[in-house]
Design a protein around this ligand. Sequence first.
Ligand code: HEC
Ligand code: HEC
Length: 360
Amino acid sequence: MRMFMSVPAQAVAVIVLVVAATGHSSSMALAQAVVGQATVVNVVQAPTASLEKMRDEYRRPKTITFPKDNPYTAAKASLGKKLYFDTRLSAANVQSCASCHSPGFGFGDGLPKGVGNEMKALGRRSPTIINAAYGQIFMWDGRAETLEEQALGPIQADVEMNMPLDKLLKRLNGIPEYKPLFEAAFPGKAIAADSIAKAIATYERTIVSGIAPFDAWIEGNEKAISEDAKRGFTVFNTKAQCSACHSGWNFTDDSFHDIGLPSDDIGRGKFLKGVIKAQHAFKTPGLREISARGPYMHDGSVATIEDVIEHYDHGGISRESRSDAIVPLKLTKQEKADLVAFLKTLDSDVDPTVVPNLPR
Ligand code: HEC
Ligand code: HEC
């Protein structure tokens, strides 16, 4: 079982997360880099009873959770950001985490499939790392349990950054300005692989989607989103049953489903051979900042949000593994348009992430 420490995190207009400890230590420093910009909106109307209920289900959390064995520090997040953007973490000095999880593409890469070492296409699309702090399990097939565990994977993978850890430690030790940064983040410790993983994971946890018009509406501002979008929200939660899987403020159940895409990839099924419903099942992506992240799905096979809706309306391939919640929906043209309008209210005003100066 994992233990957590919670720290309040409120996105504010200047893209700064105010992080203060509850319980353990008295206060923590500022963490930078939230994806979006806060839209300051006044509450203009008292909520109805049903809106009150929705608020409970979709309201943003006030905290980012950091694990007990890797608590937040500003020094760690700052070091992690540099490592995240540093191409010297790849053998050929050409790729960083940000090559495939770029702020310019909603922390994905805008491609149907990731492109790795020597321009080789990877088997799956690069997912966003936005709101990874709230994730329970990682990768399309759930093969990583924590961000710390995940971080060293792409560095070493020959198809991605192709960098053996001993070579990486040697290279980082040869960059003098990294030394004091590691010392500040991990006092008294030589530069080590687990420190790299912890620093990168800490930075990733600070990448949280900005406050979107949808959030303002949930907080009671009836004018924050259009009437189309409001109808779309109802369709999302009722007739189209999207919320069966895209649930909660980040619109994911952190679970795995086959939604009937034609890909040969069996996803989660590789680890759960006897489980029929795990075949062709992939992790439900969150839907925040969705416009910036196409093309969609684990294989990048669906180009636009409109095409996503068409897929669900049709229901895709009917096979034993397909989720029971995926059936032909028979949506009207209006309902489809309303769903699209609703999904777009989950985009925040994305403010450019500042690329850090890197140690020499
Ligand atoms: C060459 C492109 C590429 C590079 C470089 C890369 N990634 Fe990824 N990343 C991917 C792809 C593709 C996946 C999905 C793979 C899968 O699920 O099978 C992924 C998955 C992830 C996930 C899981 C997200 C989720 O919600 O499940 C995280 C977190 C992540 N990468 C972080 C990183 C970090 C940190 C680095 C740098 C150390 C990095 N990646 C480097 C392409 C890349
Ligand atoms: C049975 C669970 C389930 C239901 C119901 C469902 N989804 Fe999904 N959704 C998923 C999964 C799982 C994926 C990823 C599938 C894959 O890549 O193979 C996904 C992917 C998506 C994506 C692409 C996100 C990305 O980053 O690639 C969007 C957009 C989306 N769904 C919207 C919707 C909408 C709108 C509805 C209702 C019409 C809906 N979903 C219904 C589980 C579901």
